[in-house]
Design a binder for this molecule. Structure first.
Ligand SMILES: [Mg+2]
Length: 307
């Protein structure tokens, strides 16, 4: 384990102790890649995969390559336990680390689950930031806080709240230990099923101090003070990179896309990529570059690792 990783852990503990951090969560998305703040087209910003590769390749040896998992490396599934990275993912991530890049998966799911489903422990040196950066896995070691009392209270009370609505019988709760996710993807009409529970679930979450975030067919109750922007911020601070790439597909990735814009404004070459297959228009609009699906995302990473 490197000193850098220990340093990252130390900062993580500090941020956990101080949570909520006060940093805006889901803050405003900056100008879309390719368009400067003055409204003029910035030709230095690539807006297609080939141009992105040309711009990023010279930086690969000292780059930070960060990516979401579900919907980005792994096609979205009705049951999240069925999520698997597309063929070639491990090879692409490993090749990037061999070129010298730091590779990190930044996910809303718990880190151990994503390591298991993705077989990510095969990638040397990979960092997995789980539950929006609330926990960190690296080299077989997981740094994660104890289960907060608020989560215990939410576990106790959420079933009764759903029973009172009553929720669609296909609605179920995923317990990520540091957050709970109400899933409606198995319902005949996921949109209607989510709409029916949104108000009481949001009220309960807010009463217990959670942030309530919608996602693709889900409503997630998260501990405050963590999002993917913060996770990337810590990774950048831990090992200052020469360039940063982030790939994502959902609403939970918007803070990461905004962080990419902030890095660019600070002079760090940085780009974001959205996977269109998840059909989240906000994510597609906010990213610099779009790719159609997880296979194309992994193809981009594979190409990036090549000379
Ligand atoms: Mg995703």
């Amino acid at each position: 384990m490197s000193d850098g990783y220990l340093d990252l852990n130390w900062r993580f503990r500090e941020s956990w102790t101080d949570m909520p951090t006060g940093r805006p969560v889901g803050s405003t998305i900056g100008s879309r890649g390719g368009i400067g703040e003055d409204g003029r087209v910035n030709t230095a910003l690539p807006d297609d995969p080939a141009a992105l590769l040309a711009a990023l390749r010279p930086h690969v040896a000292h780059a930070l390559v960060t990516t979401d998992f579900d919907g980005t490396l792994a096609p979205l599934q009705v049951d999240p336990e069925d999520s698997r990275a597309v063929p070639g993912t491990i090879e692409a991530l490993t090749a990037l680390t061999r070129r010298g890049a730091t590779v990190a998966v930044v996910t809303g799911r718990d880190a151990r689950t994503v390591v298991r489903l993705g077989g990510l422990d095969a990638v040397p040196g990979i960092v997995v930031a789980g539950v929006y950066g609330a926990e960190t896995w690296c080299a077989g070691e997981l740094l994660t806080p104890d289960t907060p009392a608020a989560v215990e209270a939410l576990r106790d009370r959420l079933p009764a709240t759903l029973a009172d609505v009553p929720a669609d019988p296909a609605v179920w709760v995923e317990d990520k230990r540091l957050s709970l996710v109400v899933h409606a993807r198995k319902a005949d009409d996921p949109v209607a099923a989510l709409a029916a529970i949104r108000e009481p679930v949001t009220a309960l979450g807010e009463e217990l101090g959670f942030e309530v975030h919608p996602g693709s067919g889900v409503l997630e109750l998260r501990l405050p003070g963590f999002d993917k922007a913060g996770a990337i911020e810590r990774l950048v601070a831990d090992r200052p990179p020469s360039a940063v790439l982030y790939l994502g597909d959902d609403l939970g990735d918007l803070p990461a896309f905004a962080e990419i814009v902030r890095l660019r404004e600070r002079g760090v070459p940085a780009w974001s990529v959205a996977v269109e297959a998840s059909a989240v228009p906000e994510a597609v609009a906010a990213a610099d570059v779009r790719v159609p699906d997880a296979d194309a995302a992994v193809a981009l990473l594979t190409a990036l690792a090549q000379d």
